[in-house]
Design a protein around this ligand. Structure first.
Ligand code: EPU
Length: 420
């Protein structure tokens, strides 16, 4: 099995160009199922999840081609198949983003029900509640969710019980082709939701309010293909900013939207980092002594759950105790056991971790459990004494484009050891 091997202790300095956002690209790829035509998508990150969703679109009849290093051409003219196999869906939960578009375009969508994963149970009841409100007949049989509608969906008022990112995306995509108005209340306002709404509007949809907690969609009879550029990955940017902070470095991330990371920037400043923002870059200068800072994850614009593990790695070296509370996923503390093996002092009670900073971490052989946990272990390895190896790097490859070469370019001693 491949491993990432790090010799810690180097101070990172330099510039990193941030890639397109995985969590914006996945729904945008799914949205191409809504209308026949040729879509041009640029700034797509080179990631395993992108290859998986490309295969998924091909199962439905689309043609997906890569153009150059980061653009895709998707021809969805012949989308005529409504079923996605378990083999594909089990490798990526975001496959369920096909439900809304297929249902709206073909009147039928059958996708294997995603199971739980390392960070939590992650049901899709809210997706289904919304699609049912729009008129879908919902059946759960033999591990598949099977949705049908005769004719068009019908606009409706949908009040979500919890804030769900992909749930809102699914309902919003389905509602674009429904008859009449849909109002989604308690909607997620993540930048990726706004990016999807912008794309849908450029296809001819009529969506208002994306980014706020109430989204209104006036259904249209048909949509057309479009060109779209993927927004920068705020979580990749955040991970490199923490890399700067934890190594006392001086790193500038470029090609970013600073407002997308405002809460994290505030927390980095509280830790003692010097943070300088420009229109599309953020420079983070790490402090000599990291101050302890409490964080609680919450939906945007709160502190992102996708940065919790990385921030915890930083807190393991703070000059005091910090409290980290995870409110989005019930099991997103899998990195703690591995951080402890490096000498971190972390006590967990329910969804709260108390992290008492230690003077140093020591390199160790580690195992990644999920995507952001892997990033957290790499950050810890950058600051640790000696050699750290992180195995199960396939988690990392799902969401970080060329992370080793990007970190090596700013001074990290990091490389991938291929399994022989
Ligand atoms: N939930 C339900 N029912 C639903 C939907 C969600 O109970 O029908 C619960 C979830 O179990 C979770 C909470 O609601 O406890 C929030 O989940 P959400 O639906 O918002 O998460 P998601 O849409 O499945 C996306 C990202 C995640 C990110 C979360 C939260 C994509 C493809 N995934 O997941 O990204 O953590 O939003 O911001 O956009 C990652 O990139 O590492 C990652 C896990």
């Amino acid at each position: 099995m491949d491993k990432v091997v790090i010799h810690g202790g180097n101070r990172l300095a330099g510039q990193i160009k941030i890639s397109g956002a995985k969590n914006a690209a996945l729904p945008i790829f799914a949205a191409t199922l809504l209308a026949p035509g040729v879509f041009e998508i640029s700034d797509v990150p080179d990631l395993k999840d992108i290859r998986t969703i490309s295969k998924l679109l091909e199962e439905f009849g689309a043609k997906v081609g890569k153009v150059g290093s980061s653009s895709y051409r998707i021809d969805s003219e012949n989308v005529n198949h409504h079923e996605a196999s378990y083999d594909l869906v089990k490798t990526m939960r975001a496959s369920c983003l096909a439900l809304g578009p297929l249902l709206a375009r073909l009147g039928r969508a059958k996708v294997s029900l995603p199971g739980g994963c390392a960070i939590g149970e992650r049901p899709i009841d809210q997706h289904l509640k919304g699609l049912q409100a729009l008129g879908a007949d919902v059946r759960l049989e033999h591990g598949y969710v099977d949705l049908r509608v005769n004719g068009r969906l019908t606009g409706s008022r949908v009040t979500l019980d919890i804030v769900t990112v992909t749930g809102v995306m699914n309902i919003m995509m389905a509602a674009t082709l429904a008859e009449g108005r849909t109002v989604i209340e308690n909607a997620a306002g993540e930048p990726e939701v706004v990016a999807l709404a912008d794309m849908l509007n450029s296809m001819g949809a009529e969506i208002n309010g994306a980014g706020s907690s109430v989204i209104t969609i006036d259904g249209v009879e048909e949509l057309r293909s479009t060109s779209v550029r993927i927004i920068p990955d705020r979580i990749e940017a955040g991970t490199f900013m923490v890399a700067s902070a934890i190594t006392g470095g001086d790193v500038k991330v470029i090609g970013v939207v600073p407002e997308h990371g405002a809460t994290l920037l505030e927390k980095l400043r509280d830790c003692g980092c010097r943070v300088t923002e420009s229109e599309n870059s953020i420079r983070v200068e790490g402090p000599d002594n990291i101050a302890p800072v409490n964080v609680t994850t919450s939906p945007f614009p709160g502190f992102p759950t996708d940065m919790q593990a990385q921030f915890m790695a930083l807190m393991t070296l703070a000059g005091g105790a910090s409290v980290i509370t995870e409110t989005i996923f019930e099991n997103r503390f899998m990195h703690i056991g591995e951080l402890r093996r490096m000498g971190a002092d972390i006590k967990v009670s329910g969804n709260t971790a108390v992290v008492r900073g230690v003077a140093g971490l020591s390199g160790a052989e580690l195992m990644a459990t999920d995507l952001r946990a892997s990033a957290s272990l790499i950050l810890a390895g950058l600051a640790a004494n000696g050699r750290t190896s992180v195995s199960r790097v396939y988690h990392l490859d799902r969401g970080y484009e060329h992370i080793e070469s990007k970190l090596a370019a700013i001074g990290a001693d990091i490389r991938r050891e291929r399994a022989t």
